[in-house]
Design a protein around this ligand. Structure first.
Ligand SMILES: CC(C)(COP(=O)(O)OP(=O)(O)OC[C@H]1O[C@@H](n2cnc3c(N)ncnc32)[C@H](O)[C@@H]1OP(=O)(O)O)[C@@H](O)C(=O)NCCC(=O)NCCS
Length: 213
């Protein structure tokens, strides 16, 4: 999707930025991990296929993706953006006849960043973006049956079990956007700011641009 190609979402712990070609090598390195392949039900791709995938996430109208960056690390302009990468979050419009239905995916790829509230923060931010910018009214997630952490997290966001696939060993959870969800989950989103990605990134780099004498 091109709608977020210059969008940066700033939270308390993270910054979400559009998935660009420069992120692909690190992303590819993550996805070589059999553990992450299993947790995210992904097939291994070659680096070239991963670049194609990045292009398709950018170009296709049914996919919206952000890379999750460690906000504190990213604030230091001497640290390359690739080194601030923590994971990714996606919205996928699964039903061409219903653009208000979205599948959500999240991955905190770097293990030491898990269990610190980042998954919850990013899920809230992405759902809020989906509701307000993409007009999403119903979210679904597909999670491996043994991924108890992810199931527990989405239940905190009022997701309820819709179906179980014995074949794929996964559960589908879903939530409809209603007043109760707004009140309990998105009651206070003051912590989230939206900025222009290009300008914000350039000003981060400008801090370290040597002054000409
Ligand atoms: C699932 C995942 C996104 C959760 O993100 P996270 O940053 O680790 O989770 P958070 O610290 O925000 O915690 C969110 C909730 O998850 C649950 N949780 C987190 N760590 C847990 C643990 N070690 N044991 C049990 N539950 C845990 C809790 O319900 C927690 O809410 P609480 O802190 O209010 O109790 C992350 O662990 C991940 O990306 N794992 C690998 C990929 C994956 O499984 N993706 C999901 C596929 S749909």
């Amino acid at each position: 999707m091109r709608i977020n190609e210059d969008t940066l979402l700033e939270g308390e712990k993270v910054v979400l930025v559009p998935y660009n070609a420069e992120h692909v090598p690190r992303y590819h390195q993550w996805m070589c991990s059999p553990d992450l392949q299993k947790l995210t039900a992904s097939e291994p791709l070659t680096l070239e296929q991963e670049y194609d995938m990045q292009t398709s996430w950018r170009e296709d109208d049914d996919k919206c993706t952000f890379i999750i960056l460690d906000k504190q690390k990213w604030a230091d302009a001497s640290v390359p953006e690739q080194e601030c990468m923590v994971g990714d979050v996606n919205i996928f419009l699964t039903d061409p006849s219903d653009p208000s239905l979205a599948e959500l995916e999240i991955m905190i790829a770097v293990p030491c960043y898990r269990g610190k509230g980042i998954g919850k923060e990013v899920t809230r931010m992405m759902m809020c973006y989906g509701i307000h910018k993409l007009g999403i009214r119903k979210f679904e997630v597909k999670i491996g049956l043994d991924n108890k952490i992810s199931i527990a997290m989405f239940k905190k966001f009022h997701f309820k079990e819709l179906s179980i696939s014995e074949v794929f060993q996964e559960v589908t959870l879903g939530v409809t956007v209603n007043e109760a969800l707004h009140k309990h989950v998105f009651g206070n989103m003051d912590f989230m700011l939206q900025r222009e990605y290009g300008k914000t990134r350039d000003s981060r780099q400008a801090t370290f641009t040597p002054l000409s004498l």
